[in-house]
Design a binder for this molecule. Sequence first.
Ligand code: ZN
Length: 448
Amino acid sequence: MTEAKEELREIVQFLADPRQFTRLGGRAPKGVLLVGPPGTGKTLLARAIAGEAKVPFLSINGSEFIEMFVGLGAARVRDLFQQARDLAPCILFIDEIDAVGKVRAGAILTGGNEEKEQTLGQLLAEMDGFDSSKGVIILAATNRPEILDPALLRAGRFDRQVLIDNPDQRGRLQILQVHCKNIKADPQLSLEHIASLTPGFSGADLANLVNEAALFAVRRNGDLVTESDFDHAIERIVAGLEQRSKIMHPEEKRRIAFHEMGHATVSLTLGPSEKVHKVSIVPRGLGALGYTIRRPTEDRYLMDEHEMLKKIAVLLGGRAAEVLFLKSTSTGAADDLVKATDLARAMVTRFGMSEAIGLSVLEEKELTYLASPQLPRISPYSEETAKSIDHEVKSILEKGLRLALKELNTYRTFIEQGALELIRKETLEEEDVVQLWDQHVQSAKVSA
Ligand code: ZN
């Protein structure tokens, strides 16, 4: 969890000495949302932050607010925040916040709307009225960020999100090493090998695996837990995971490898502004749409038209690689397509970058906090204009795809090599990619 830990270290420092952060008038972080699939240790991590900072840890499960008698949810929220204020500095942890924080439209359909809304409303009010300099940090965890009410993610509330994903091969090895301390393992046992056999396993799955293997050893009256016990246990757990569709088949792995190399390559070749930090085919526990929490679209920096097109090309690089190397498309690009379309639409309707549409801003009004998503959206423009917007967006996307395809075609061998490496290692770090790139460019020079 190297990256997540890096991001959370600041929270620990803040809790240990809040004044250090506010000395120059800065605002300390208020809420941090831990996002990730089940079993990846979000609760453990929250607890560890409190432990590291040596502050009290208050925790509650989101569903506990809901299961109460009518009217008590909101009161419970109030109490909890009061308690946190009294204990400060401390951590207030809300697990499964989606239970209270669901988008409100869903509540209308399922009933019990008013109660949930009161509870959520109280939670928002408490967070707003909170003075973070007093040293209370609110952590929350969810594996379904996409259903959270956008109001929860606004600035000053859970405006920081940390992704806690399933571990990669190296992470799995480290987790196995921790759990295997508790069993009598055969010295011949290769944990590296087991780590390589378990892509898609979460930390909890790995703990379960070690335990299952030990049970197998007991059942056959063995003295040590051996590799074959692990094989049996993996078989059993994989069958269970397959039903939850978390395990990748070799064909899928290949497709994802090419897809990811597609993104990486376009981003490498289209200029210095984009950097490839890491390419990975570790199954994302959150599904394609997992980590698209509503953050402001890329308008925080100044980007010129060309850069935006590059960005679209990078987003479409995955799809382009699938088309080029596997001659077919898949659902894997869904999230990329959403992002690319948003960007292309913004170019047309917001940044005046389309000649046909001109300079007028034609954005649809964003839903406000109180508006019901079930109400039809009101377009500020005619149907005819809507048509030409669609046309312009489409042509920008096509331009982006052509750009991506051109780059990928030029660097075919690099992509093929990279995909093979990815299938073997699952994750390529920045230096691996650079090394492979240099090798490729070198050999291309020699053959030229
Ligand atoms: Zn992609």
